[in-house]
Design a protein around this ligand. Structure first.
Ligand code: HEC
Ligand code: HEC
Ligand code: HEC
Ligand code: HEC
Ligand code: HEC
Length: 211
């Protein structure tokens, strides 16, 4: 009897310790960000600045991310887009050496990805642009970023929070690229009807994003 008791105790404290150890691993993992998607900026081969080109020079996002209104992917600009200006602007700059090399060899610049969804999540840019969801809602003030970073991780909660109640965050289509625009919920409710935005039941069903 005594013997059995001791076993039960060992088992009990063993499992308590086991759970504690697991929690420690999980929380230290959370603390160092091991389970978070990347939200920080990543090093790039060319020191390209959105703050300078989109903010300062006022170039529209679609000048370089031309597919964003029509396709699932926004896409990155070809070297040709850069060379329309940099054939004349700072043609000797060492910071542009890689751009010139790419132009000569025809080999695209290898930019590193900043944002990336897991493969089991389906996303479509044009579907959002068409219903008045601004770039800034998901990417933040890119026009103020010398180096792009993702201000909030694309967690499932982040997507669902808006899919449950999009009206607070809709804007007129012509303001989609306007980084400074502040959505107005009263107008958003009218736009929701005007743009025929589907009801929350449809937008939160699993197959919308996992197909
Ligand atoms: C002059 C061209 C140009 C303009 C204008 C421009 N971009 Fe970019 N964008 C790029 C290039 C080149 C990259 C890849 C290098 C980098 O990440 O900085 C990029 C990267 C990005 C990324 C990160 C993509 C990833 O996952 O790697 C986002 C988000 C982005 N741009 C959003 C915007 C938004 C929003 C605007 C409008 C405010 C905009 N861009 C205007 C050229 C441009
Ligand atoms: C509409 C014209 C225009 C386009 C298109 C453009 N740039 Fe620029 N870029 C500029 C101007 C203007 C400057 C600032 C030059 C200065 O400071 O004297 C600049 C500066 C730069 C610099 C800093 C240069 C230095 O000497 O430090 C880099 C790097 C750069 N651009 C990369 C790019 C890349 C990569 C692309 C294509 C994705 C691109 N630019 C597209 C006009 C443009
Ligand atoms: C509803 C959220 C959302 C909105 C609005 C949005 N994006 Fe994105 N964007 C994403 C997500 C999520 C990804 C990553 C997609 C992936 O990894 O498959 C992404 C990726 C990108 C990329 C990297 C290249 C690519 O196509 O994957 C660029 C550039 C970009 N977005 C630019 C823009 C611009 C410009 C706008 C405004 C017209 C915009 N985005 C609006 C969520 C959004
Ligand atoms: C700020 C609001 C907002 C955010 C954030 C948002 N969405 Fe959406 N999403 C919408 C709206 C509005 C629609 C359009 C609904 C319609 O057409 O009826 C939509 C539509 C979609 C569609 C349907 C596309 C189609 O044509 O079937 C997918 C898929 C989707 N979103 C995925 C995502 C994912 C994944 C995220 C997170 C990375 C996300 N969304 C974040 C507002 C948002
Ligand atoms: C609006 C888009 C959207 C809808 C709707 C959605 N998901 Fe997700 N889901 C995501 C995104 C984005 C991720 C990736 C999260 C990450 O990597 O942190 C994800 C991740 C997951 C994961 C992986 C584990 C996790 O939490 O990261 C599971 C499981 C999942 N979703 C199940 C579901 C189920 C079940 C439903 C329906 C009740 C659903 N999802 C509806 C966007 C969505």
């Amino acid at each position: 009897m005594r013997r059995r008791n001791r076993w039960v105790k060992t088992l009990f404290w063993g499992s308590v310790l086991g759970v504690a150890a697991l929690l420690l691993v999980v929380f230290s993992g959370v603390a160092v960000g091991a389970f978070e998607q990347r939200t920080l900026s990543v090093p790039q081969p060319v020191p390209f600045s959105h703050a300078l080109h989109a903010g300062g020079l006022g170039l529209s996002c679609r000048y370089c991310h031309a597919a964003v209104e029509h396709a699932a992917y926004a896409g990155l600009p070809p070297t040709e887009t850069c060379m329309t200006c940099h054939t004349y602007v700072r043609p000797q700059s060492p910071n542009l050496a890689l751009v010139r090399k790419s132009w000569e060899t025809g080999e695209p610049i290898r930019w590193n990805r900043v944002v990336n969804l897991p493969d089991f999540v389906y996303f479509h840019h044009a579907a959002h642009v068409a219903k008045g969801v601004g770039c800034a809602e998901c990417h933040g003030r890119v026009d103020q970023m010398p180096v792009v970073y993702q201000p909030q991780a694309f967690t499932m909660k982040f997507c669902l929070d808006c899919h449950r109640r999009p009206e607070a965050r809709l804007r007129p289509r012509e303001e989609v690229f306007n980084m400074a625009y502040q959505p107005d919920p009263a107008l958003g409710a009218r736009l929701k009807a005007l743009y025929h935005v589907r009801p929350p039941e449809a937008l939160t069903s699993c197959s919308t994003c996992h197909r």
